[in-house]
Design a binder for this molecule. Structure first.
Ligand SMILES: *[C@@H]1O[C@H](CO)[C@@H](O)[C@H](O)[C@H]1NC(C)=O
Length: 147
């Protein structure tokens, strides 16, 4: 009887140990630095220019990304980063420079993730000039990555 209990316990322990090795490898968030967005509304369509540098700890690839998105443009459009194995997109478009979604993905489907640029770390200033508003992320902006 004792042996049966021990065997069962051992089997359960083995299963518990074995489980993580069959699970998907965890992906680390991409670190985005020098994130800025500039909003131009002096002529139509209103356009936002987004720039940043990114570092992917999963691949050890660093690249920079920049794109300008205009009102009326498809939200599905993807822009190549300097390294085209990374792409930038804006899943909801950019209708408010103070609050929008940034998506980073790899065209081979190995990684994708979204994060929202808004809140107290997103420092925005309005100007009379051109652009009419600029925002800059204070610190490192993290984009959580899934598959
Ligand atoms: C993005 O990069 C891919 C791969 O290098 C290339 O085939 C494609 O034409 C590029 N797209 C644009 C819009 O430059």
């Amino acid at each position: 009887m004792k042996f049966t209990i021990l065997a069962t316990t051992l089997a359960a322990a083995t299963t518990a140990i074995a489980a993580p090795s069959t699970a998907k490898r965890d992906l680390y968030p991409i670190s985005v630095t020098d994130l800025t967005a500039s909003y131009y509304d002096q002529s139509k369509p209103e356009t936002t220019l987004v720039n940043f540098k990114m570092s992917d700890p999963n691949t050890n690839i660093d690249t920079s990304c920049n794109a300008h998105w205009s009102v009326g443009q498809a939200a599905t459009i993807k822009f190549n980063c300097s390294d085209p194995s990374y792409q930038l997109s804006f899943p909801n478009g950019i209708y408010n420079v103070e609050d929008f979604l940034i998506e980073i993905s790899r065209p081979d489907g190995s990684e994708s993730g979204k994060a929202r640029a808004y809140g107290t770390s997103w420092k925005c200033e309005k100007h009379d000039g051109y652009p009419s508003e600029t925002c800059a992320w204070d610190g490192v902006f993290h984009v959580g990555i899934g598959q």
